[in-house]
Every structure is written in structure tokens, then in C-alpha cells.
Design a protein around this ligand. Structure first.
Ligand code: ADP
Length: 915
């Protein structure tokens, strides 16, 4: 028995004697018990060395029957009388002292009248039989366990382990059973699986780490634990079981103890008295051996899988040169889009970029011949993109010697890194280039005891200011700052140190003595402790920008003055007519201070109709045609009417939405008034001109009336007065009075000034009014009037009296032309034709005569003011020009052409649709 077994023995908690003395004991002669029986089996006498061990001692008075001495189950063997037992071997169990049982085997022989029974101790014999039976069972079970564990799939392994634990536990009635294995990573013992009976508490759980208990039972050298430290391992193991009883069985392989079987609540001697230590060891090795093998296999498998996926993820893989062939990891072959994972060395080399091929070839040879380790960055032709090669780091080494010598290595895809390096290098180069060629200077100033000392300037310093770093010591730099800006510069440094960053603008002198405006932006860099280390900054030459800004400021100032002092009204307003700005003249008209203008609504000064027209006009503004000019009419505070010539320019957002209007206005009221006066005087002139016609117009009814009155008076004086006659005459007089009254009425209306606001009216009423004034006079002069009924109802916008004035002008002009033509030839039949026609949107009134027309050379000039062909004192030359203005003002147009017989004037007016 070696020291390991001893250790196990102690761990198995066996009394050393029980196990070690067994073989010796079997060899010694049995010491017996001798019973003297009577013929009925009564015990007369008890002798022999075992006599004192019997629980039942013979009484003194009378013999007890034998079955009183043996245990109840043994009474079967001694039924009847001793004579019947003769020739048989009797196995009898006797109750011994202290709950022990004496296993004895005996025979009966006749002795005198009675019988002599000789019994020998067969306990050891029984024990051995039990043990061998147990061992057999144990070996069978162990065989099953190990076979099951070896044969099952990895997935079912935990279930199988559980089943085996359960089988062991049930076979030997172990309440709590667990397998602890060495966790090499955690360097501790871990419960792999555990089993406990339904009525037993769980001492452990799966995956539990056995913190302290088995720590010192370091599996690497079990036999040393006890010896060197002299510690009682058993007591430590005991802690694993708490207060309950239990024992542990180790499993050792070539690495030492790597697993333990833990049995809890289990006094081994009682539980499995016939299982030897070897049996336990066999059992645990049947369980732990294959299990650990399988677990290792699983681990290996997982590791391989991990390695494989890692290789795939990293775009890496191993390669190995065998003879003239190169084998590649499947992942690598896939990444390189190779059909096979094995190719010849030449084929492999051909995959590499021509630039790297020779070097790789020679380095591979060096590896093969001298065993020189290989590290190389190589390019591979990308299967997808011929222009952009893949970059790989290729490493190789020699492992093993002799026939185990291998050339292996790996390839790692470093395209990303290489590409980034290249991008970074390009970006760097670009940045350098940019800095060098930009009007900016990058500088670094070191922080030294509270001051900042120039330490670096980018190369752009030379072209920009004509200095080098050496020219720029701290003091030299300050001297170059413009004297007016030095305070600014010192404050810049203070602020930089105080706040960590600064932005300043000051002038710096260049090597030629010219000053540059520099925009200085700097940041202070601090160390881990927050102490300043250096300032990094940028000088931007903003001389041009600064000067330009100054110019803009000046020009803005000029424009501001222009706007403010302009005699014109200038303003900005929103599409809802709210002013956002207005200059002094506008404020003056609106009788407030310029500051009060924003917020005022321009519409306040307009009538509803005017406002509507105004807003409508604004809505016609587009980004393409943003300008519109119109004469607007307002009711200003304290003034009757104001006429402004108003130009609007729309400002649009990117969606073409009107956001603001800029407007310039001029007060046109005076011009308007003059115009009105002019119209009025022209009207008066027309009236004057018509005076002759009018006299006739009124004279005519007067004559008729006088005739009627004379006739009536004549009748009255002759007394021949009939009521009918009188009534007839008086009615005639009344008709004439009405006629005269109409003429006078109309004269009055015509003489009035026009209304301020244009009104919609039917142009036919103007024709009627004109004819009521002129018809009689025309006829009196022998001019035929040809008037066609309009036959339609339309509305135009303007002033009816003004349109009448136009028609009167045209007809009077025609009359003049006709009369002067008739002066030449008496048989001439003059006529004037007045008619109207319309289309969708306009109405045209025609006034045509047969007076011979207008000299074509004068056609263009007749609308000019004061143009006349009539003698001085007769013509004013205003009639047509005023008429032209009136028609334009109504939104229409007055034109003239020559027809076959005379002149033909056309008044074209827009029809108002929605009245
Ligand atoms: P006035 O009648 O005072 O001369 P107008 O402006 O009314 O001023 O007319 C300008 C001129 O146009 C006239 O002098 C005349 O020569 C010419 N004119 C106008 N109407 C006619 C017409 N129907 N036929 C011929 N000439 C005409």
C-alpha cells in the first residue's frame, strides 16, 4: 500500500485497521463457541472464547432453548430437534454485546444423551463475500458509467452525468452526491453536477465554486498536501459538508488530482461497508475519467470554433508549407477567393503583388533554410478590385526539429489599417499644403512662468509677414504689434491664460513695414494637473476683409443718410401692410415720429376698396417681376386726399413666398390737383364753347313756348277758349320747360368737379348725357347724328361726367371739322356717327365723322397739350390731351385713325366684371 492509498484511506474515513488487517485475519484459525444441548435443543452449557461476547448469557436455574440465543432470522435454521440438524452446516447469527452480531457457523455431534454444537466465527468470510459481490456490482456499474459517458453526444452529456450520479446515489443510498472538478482557469474546485435525494437537503448546486474547503487539496500533488503541511485534510474536507457527515473520493490523472466525488450525509462504514477504497476509486475514475475527457474534447472543439471565427473575423488564417505545397486555413482560402485550401508554392506567390513577390520568395527561403523568422507586409491582388490591392501582414516561423520540423505562419488582413494610414498620410499632406498655402499662420507658444513664448510658426509665416521664428521672440513680437493695438494684444494674452481661449483682432507689422489686420484665435492646452503647457493658435490675415467691412460700413452709412434724408418716402412693410421701417418724409405725412412708424398699418389710410386694390396689386408680384408702380390714393390725417406714386419691390423667400415689400413713394397730390384743375378748366372751356349751342338749345323751347302763349292769348281775347285747346297748349309749354330744365340741370352737373373715387357706371349713360347737351345744336347746324343703340349692359370704372367730357370734345372737334368742310362746298352732307361695341373684357366707343380726317403727319401730335390747328383764340389745343388723360386714368386708351371719309376716334375701356 503506497502513501497515496494511505491518504485516500484517510480521506475515505476508514479506520486503518478495518481495511489493513483484513487479510491477516482471514488466515488465522477461528476461535469458537461450544454449546452443550439437550435432546430438545435446550442449552445446558456454554463454553469457548466467544462465550463472553454473547448478549444472552445462560441462566443458572434451567436451560434456555437455543432459539432464544440466536437472532430471530436464524431461528428458521434450527427448527425441530438437534437430531434433525445432524450433518448440516448451520449459519447462525447471535446477538452480541453492544449491538454487535456474531456470525457463526456450526455443526452438531451427539454427545452422551445430548448434543454438542461447535461454532466458529465466519464474519470475515461473510465480509469478503459481500465485498467481492459489492466489487462486482461496482465494477459493472463503473463499466456502464464510463461507457455511457463515452458514447453519448456532447449535448446529452450533462443529462447522462446526472443519470450516473443518480445511479450511484441510489445504489449505495447516498443522500447527497456531487462531482467537483478542477477549474484550471479559476484555479479552484467547482461542482460540475450534483444529485440529492428527495428527502435530503441540497448541500451544493451545479456550477458552485467550493471556496475554501478544497482549496488546499491542490490537485497537482495530492500526496504532498498532508505530508508537508501536516494538516489534517480530512477536517478541511469536512467543512465541505458542514456539520453533516460525509467523505470525498479523489480522481487523479497525469496532472494529479483533478476531480472529487463528494458524498454528503453519508457515514461510509455504515452506508457501504463492503466497498473498498479501490472500489470507490474505480467508481470515481469511471465517472470523472471519461467525463473530463469529453469536457476537454468539448473545450477543444469550442476553441477550434472560436479560432475559426476569429480568423474569419480578422481576415486572418494560418498557412503551412509542406514540400512544394502551401496549405491555407479554410477561412483564409475563402477570403482570398481560392477554390482549394491547398496550392503550389508558385501559385501562391503568383497571388502576391509583383512588387512584393521577390522579397517574399527570398524571405521564405531564408525561413526554410536558416529558420529566420518572417514578418512582412505584402500586397495581394484583390479578386474584386484590381486597382486597390489587399494588404496582409505575413508572419512565419519554424517549429519543431527533425521530422517534426514545420514551416507555419499566419496572414492577417491589414488593408483597413493600411488604407487608413494612406488616407491619413494624404490628409496630412493636404493639411500641410493647406497650412503652407493659406493666409493663415498656425503657431504654438510655450507657457514659461506666466508668459507665452513663440515656439513654432507654420511655414506660411514667411510669405504672409516675411519673418521667421527667430525674428519672433516675445519682445520682438510685441514691438511688431501696432502701437494702437498693443493694449488689445496684452489683454488677449491675459484672457487666454485666464479663460483658456481667446479671439482677438489686431494689426501686426510685416517685414516691409506694412500693417496686416490679423484675426487671432488661440486655445490654451493644459496638462493633467490643469497647469498651462502651451497655447496653440491661428492668425488669419483679415486685412482685406476688415477694410472691406469698413467700406461696407461707410457705404451703409451713406445709404442710411440717403434714405433718411431723401425727400421721397421710403419704407419696408410686411405683406399685411404693417410697416417695419419708414423714413422721415413718410413719418411726416403720417404725422408721427419715424420711430413710431414700425407697427403702423398702411391700410389704415385707405378705403376698403383702395386697400383691396392695393393688396391685389401686391399679390401680382413674383420673384421674376418683383416691381410694380401705381398711383395710390389715401386719406391722410388732416388732409382731404393724397395721391402718391408708389413703387413696390417684393422680397421673396426661397419658396417664392412674399415676405416683405420695399417701397418708394412720391407725393403726387399737387400734380393731381393741377391735373384736376386742368380738366376742370378744359371742361369750362368746353362749356364756353358750347354756349352758342346752348343758347340755341334753350332758345328753341322758349320760341315754342312764346308761340303757344301768343296763340292762347289770341284765343282768350277773342273769347273763343276751349278747355281742350288750353290743356293742349299748356302741356306743350310744360314739355318745353322740362326740356330746358334738363339741359340746365345737366350743365350744372357737368360743371361740378369729379368725385375723388372712381365709380362703376354704364358708358351708355355718358353717351345719352352728351347727346342731351349737343343733339339739338348739331341738328341746328345741319349735322346729322347717327347714333346706334348699344344693345348691351356693361360697367366701366371712372367718372361719368369725365367720359361725357371726352365725348363732347370728340363730337365738338368733329363738328368743327365738318363745318369748316361745309364752308368749302354747300352740298356737303355732314354726319357724325356714335356707336359702341364690346368683347370679353373691354368696351369700345366710336366717334366717327366724314370731315375728311386728319393730316397723317399730324396724327401722332394731336394728343399733345396745346396742339391745335385752329386759329388763335378759337382752339386751345387742350381738348384731346385732357381727353387722353381721362381715358388713361380710367384704365383705358384713346386712339385715332383715319377712315375713308374722315376721322375715327376710339375710346377703349376695360369692363368691370364683378360689380
Ligand atoms: P382744339 O380743338 O382746341 O384745337 P384739340 O386737342 O381738341 O384742340 O384738337 C387738336 C387738333 O386735332 C385740332 O386742332 C384738329 O386739328 C385736330 N382734330 C381733332 N379732331 C378732329 C377731327 N374729327 N377731324 C379733323 N381734325 C381733328
Amino acid at each position: 500500500m503506497n502513501s497515496g492509498d494511505k491518504l485516500f484511506g484517510r480521506l475515505l474515513k476508514r479506520a486503518p485497521t478495518a481495511a489493513t488487517d483484513l487479510p491477516d485475519h482471514l488466515g488465522s484459525p477461528p476461535l469458537g463457541l461450544h454449546l452443550h444441548l439437550d435432546a430438545d435443543g435446550g442449552v445446558l452449557q456454554v463454553a469457548g472464547p466467544l462465550r463472553n461476547l454473547l448478549a444472552q448469557q445462560p441462566p443458572h436455574d434451567q436451560p434456555l432453548p437455543l432459539h432464544r440465543y440466536v437472532q430471530p432470522h436464524s431461528t428458521l435454521a434450527i427448527e425441530g430437534r438437534p437430531v434433525e440438524w445432524q450433518g448440516q452446516s448451520l449459519d447462525l447469527d447471535f446477538p452480541g454485546l453492544g449491538d454487535q452480531t456474531l456470525h457463526l457457523r456450526g455443526w452438531v455431534q451427539p454427545l452422551g444423551n445430548g448434543w454438542r454444537m461447535q461454532l466458529i466465527d465466519i464474519a470475515d468470510l461473510l465480509l469478503e463475500r459481500q465485498q467481492s459481490r459489492s466489487r462486482e456490482a461496482c465494477q459493472t456499474l463503473a463499466g456502464q458509467i464510463s461507457e455511457q459517458l463515452r458514447a453519448c453526444s456532447l449535448a446529452r452529456l450533462p443529462v447522462i452525468v446526472d443519470e450516473q450520479l443518480q445511479a450511484i446515489a441510489q445504489r449505495w443510498h447516498i443522500p447527497c452526491l456531487a462531482l467537483a472538478v478542477l477549474d484550471e482557469q479559476a484555479q479552484g474546485w467547482k461542482i460540475h453536477r450534483q444529485h440529492h435525494a428527495h428527502d435530503a437537503p441540497a448541500l451544493w448546486h451545479d456550477g458552485q465554486y467550493l471556496g475554501t474547503a478544497l482549496d488546499s487539496l491542490n490537485g497537482t500533488a495530492p500526496q504532498h498536501v498532508g505530508i508537508h503541511h501536516g494538516l489534517d485534510e480530512h477536517s478541511r474536507v469536512q467543512a465541505t459538508f458542514g456539520n453533516s457527515e460525509g467523505f470525498v473520493v479523489p480522481y487523479a490523472d497525469d496532472r494529479g488530482v483533478v476531480a472529487w466525488l463528494l458524498c454528503g450525509f453519508y457515514p461510509i462504514n455504515d452506508g457501504a461497508p463492503y466497498l473498498s477504497d479501490r472500489d470507490w476509486l474505480l467508481l470515481v475514475s469511471a465517472l470523472a475519467g471519461p467525463l473530463l475527457g469529453r469536457l476537454r474534447e468539448q473545450q477543444h472543439h469550442q476553441q477550434l470554433e472560436r479560432l475559426e471565427s476569429l480568423q474569419t473575423l480578422l481576415g486572418t488564417g494560418w498557412w503551412e508549407i509542406v514540400g512544394n505545397d502551401v496549405h491555407l486555413a479554410p477561412s483564409l482560402a475563402a477570403a482570398l477567393q481560392l477554390d482549394a485550401a491547398s496550392l503550389t508554392r508558385e501559385q501562391w506567390l503568383a497571388r502576391f503583388h509583383r512588387a512584393d513577390r521577390d522579397e517574399l520568395h527570398s524571405r521564405l527561403q531564408a525561413l526554410q533554410q536558416q529558420g529566420e523568422a518572417l514578418t512582412l507586409c505584402v500586397r495581394l491582388h484583390s479578386p474584386d478590385d484590381w486597382k486597390h490591392p489587399l494588404w496582409y501582414r505575413l508572419q512565419g516561423q519554424v517549429t519543431g526539429t527533425g521530422e517534426h520540423r514545420r514551416l507555419v505562419g499566419f496572414m492577417l488582413d491589414i488593408s483597413d489599417i493600411k488604407n487608413q494610414q494612406q488616407i491619413a498620410a494624404t490628409a496630412h499632406a493636404r493639411l500641410d499644403n493647406l497650412i503652407a498655402s493659406s493666409p493663415a499662420v498656425i503657431y504654438v507658444q510655450h507657457y514659461v512662468e506666466g508668459a507665452l513664448q513663440p515656439a513654432f510658426f507654420s511655414a506660411s509665416l514667411q510669405p504672409l509677414l516675411g519673418w521667421s521664428l527667430d525674428d519672433c521672440t516675445t519682445t520682438a513680437l510685441v514691438e511688431r504689434v501696432h502701437p494702437d493695438d498693443r493694449d488689445l494684444y496684452f489683454e488677449r494674452t491675459r484672457q487666454l491664460l485666464r479663460e483658456g481661449s481667446v479671439r482677438a483682432r489686431y494689426r501686426l507689422r510685416d517685414s516691409r513695414g506694412d500693417y496686416h489686420w490679423l484675426l487671432d484665435e488661440a486655445k490654451l492646452l493644459r496638462d493633467d494637473l490643469g497647469l498651462p503647457v502651451e497655447a496653440v493658435g491661428l492668425w488669419l490675415d483679415v486685412t482685406e476683409a476688415t477694410l472691406a467691412a469698413e467700406q461696407v460700413r461707410q457705404s451703409e452709412e451713406r445709404y442710411r443718410i440717403l434714405v433718411e434724408d431723401s425727400p421721397a418716402m421710403i419704407c419696408r412693410y410686411r405683406p399685411d401692410l404693417t410697416l417695419t421701417f419708414g423714413n422721415r418724409p413718410l413719418a411726416m405725412y403720417l404725422e408721427c415720429a419715424p420711430e413710431q412708424l414700425p407697427g403702423i398699418n398702411l391700410g389704415e389710410w385707405m378705403s376698403d376698396e383702395q386697400r383691396e386694390t392695393f393688396v391685389q396689386r401686391l399679390s401680382s408680384l413674383t420673384p421674376e417681376q418683383p416691381v410694380s408702380t401705381a398711383e395710390i390714393n389715401l386719406q391722410l390725417p388732416g388732409r382731404e386726399h393724397a395721391w402718391w406714386v408708389w413703387s413696390d419691390r417684393g422680397v421673396f423667400d426661397e419658396l417664392g413666398q412674399l415676405i416683405e415689400v420695399q417701397a418708394v413713394g412720391r407725393d403726387n397730390t399737387e400734380v393731381r390737383r393741377t391735373q384736376q384743375q386742368l380738366t376742370q378748366s378744359a371742361k369750362m372751356a368746353t362749356l364756353g364753347e358750347m354756349a352758342t349751342g346752348l343758347a340755341h338749345e334753350i332758345n328753341q323751347p322758349l320760341n315754342v313756348m312764346r308761340m303757344a302763349i301768343v296763340n292762347v292769348l289770341k284765343r282768350l281775347s277773342s273769347g273763343d277758349v276751349q278747355i281742350d285747346y288750353l290743356t293742349d297748349k299748356l302741356n306743350r309749354i310744360d314739355t318745353q320747360v322740362q326740356r330746358a330744365a334738363r339741359v340746365v340741370d345737366h350743365m350744372r352737373v357737368f360743371g361740378r368737379r369729379s368725385e375723388v373715387e372712381q365709380q362703376p357706371f354704364n358708358p351708355a349713360t355718358a353717351i345719352e348725357g352728351t347727346l342731351s347737351l349737343l343733339a339739338e345744336g348739331m341738328r341746328g347746324k345741319g349735322v346729322e347724328l347717327r347714333v346706334s343703340e348699344t344693345g348691351f349692359e356693361v360697367q366701366v370704372r371712372g367718372y361719368v361726367d369725365q367720359l361725357e367730357q371726352v365725348l363732347i370734345n370728340l363730337m365738338v372737334n368733329a363738328r368743327d371739322a365738318l363745318l369748316s368742310k361745309r364752308d368749302a362746298g354747300r352740298e356737303f352732307k355732314p354726319w357724325i356717327s356714335v356707336y359702341a361695341e364690346r368683347d370679353e373684357c373691354s368696351v369700345r366707343l366710336w366717334v366717327e365723322d366724314n370731315g375728311g380726317g386728319i393730316d397723317p403727319r399730324l396724327l401722332e401730335r394731336i394728343f399733345e397739350p396745346f396742339f391745335t390747328t385752329k386759329p388763335v383764340g378759337v382752339g386751345t389745343g387742350l381738348g384731346l390731351s385732357v381727353s387722353y388723360g381721362i381715358v388713361e386714368n380710367m384704365g383705358g386708351h384713346l386712339s385715332v385713325s383715319n377712315s375713308v371719309e374722315g376721322a375715327r376716334f376710339c375710346i377703349e375701356l376695360p369692363i368691370v366684371l364683378d360689380v
